[in-house]
Design a protein around this ligand. Structure first.
Ligand code: SAM
Length: 356
């Protein structure tokens, strides 16, 4: 196997494709990081909001380009995702290594432990007691479900994703009696949250509506919060985790203006303050900014695992173009989280409580 691996790596180098541990890739990532750092410094003290750049967050569809997003990203083959995600949760979102840049750098946690720490942090911040009925928007491979069903024996969860690959993965696990997802406390809905009506989502019966790493796709924040409000019982809460910047970066508000749109059609990066501005149905309990180096370190680990999974993919379906496409994806994302010690570009957490 080692011989095959060396041979494949040599062939990839000939094509100009370099792994995360090579000097060529390190140099490329340093340059890309410097580019983003210059952009962030340019906007860091700006008080402009998306509307000042002609971008409204309370108009139009809730999300857009979901089909293209599935085709170009989430419905890539299962082996690709299994090759780099953590083995315990298959979480496709930032893992949590610590609060400060030093905590992140000095952490000895594995990716698996850091993913568990992320879910523990979310559960604590969302105030989960364990007897709730939860609705999870954009469930990926069932990562939050795995954590919550194991952790809270009375909690029930209804989860939605439009991704055929994710649905097949979860349905398979729901048949395996040894898997935490094999539970009558889990209901899986196939479809897009923005496209299905409230009845198809179960109606007003939830104590908590949650999303992890999905609302980068939301364009109309007012409308998404209105829909969430219609699913919640009195006293209900909603918690969201998604990538944000401290100040608005105009080109990140339009997926066609950067390479973000290539990997995430319809995706945007909103400034931290934007989402909490929509208080029609909710009171904001608290918001947090999670240092971006957490995502940098997660991506670095994913990148390494991806590279080591390549021989198997290369021998089956992945061609050079696909290998380069996803190799560049990890580098691009790492370079976006690395600048300014993670203080400007990271993830936000929001906890809102239904009014009244
Ligand atoms: C980055 S993944 C995060 C997955 C999961 N929450 C996790 O942390 O492991 C984004 C998820 O959002 C889902 N998604 C994207 N657009 C959606 C939509 N319109 N409605 C529901 N889910 C959507 C994707 O299929 C995917 O499951």
């Amino acid at each position: 196997m080692i011989g095959v691996e060396t041979d494949i790596v040599a062939r990839l180098h000939q094509e100009g494709i370099f792994g995360p541990e090579t000097s060529e890739m390190r140099l490329y990532e340093r340059r890309l990081t410097r580019f983003f750092e210059r952009e962030y410094v340019r906007y860091k003290d700006s008080t402009s909001v998306p509307r000042d750049y002609g971008v409204a967050t309370d108009e139009g569809p809730v999300m857009e380009e979901t089909e293209a997003l599935m085709e170009q990203h989430y419905d890539e083959q299962q082996d690709f995702f299994s090759g780099f995600l953590d083995t315990q949760y298959r979480a496709y979102s930032m893992a949590y290594y610590g609060e400060s840049p030093e905590d992140v750098r000095n952490s000895t946690a594995t990716l698996e432990q850091a993913q568990e720490a992320k879910f523990a942090l979310i559960a604590e911040r969302a105030g989960i007691r364990g007897d709730e009925k939860v609705f999870n928007i954009g469930c990926g491979f069932g990562s939050l479900e795995t954590y919550l069903l194991k952790q809270y024996p009375e909690l029930e969860i209804v989860s939605i994703t439009p991704s055929k690959v994710q649905l097949a993965h979860i349905r398979g696990r729901m048949q395996d009696p040894s898997d935490p997802l094999c539970s009558d406390r889990l209901t899986l809905i196939e479809g897009a949250f923005d496209q299905l009506d409230v009845n198809a989502l179960g109606g007003r019966q939830y104590n908590l509506v949650i999303s992890v790493a999905v609302f980068e796709q939301v364009i109309n924040m007012r409308a998404v919060l209105e829909k969430i409000a219609s699913l919640l019982l009195p006293g209900g809460r909603t918690f969201h985790h998604f990538i944000t910047s401290q100040a608005a970066i105009p080109q990140f508000l339009n997926p066609d203006k950067t390479r973000i749109g290539l990997y995430f059609p319809g995706g945007r990066v909103w400034p931290h303050a934007e989402f909490a501005g929509y208080t029609d149905h909710f009171d904001t309990c608290e918001t947090w900014f999670v240092n971006g180096l957490n995502y940098w370190r997660t991506l670095d680990e994913w990148h390494r695992r991806y590279w080591h999974s390549l021989p198997a993919l290369y021998q089956t379906t992945f061609d050079h173009e696909q290998i380069a496409h996803w190799n560049n994806y990890f580098s691009l994302c790492k370079a976006m989280f690395a600048p300014m010690d993670g203080h400007f570009y990271g993830n936000s957490h929001y906890l809102f409580k239904l009014k009244g």
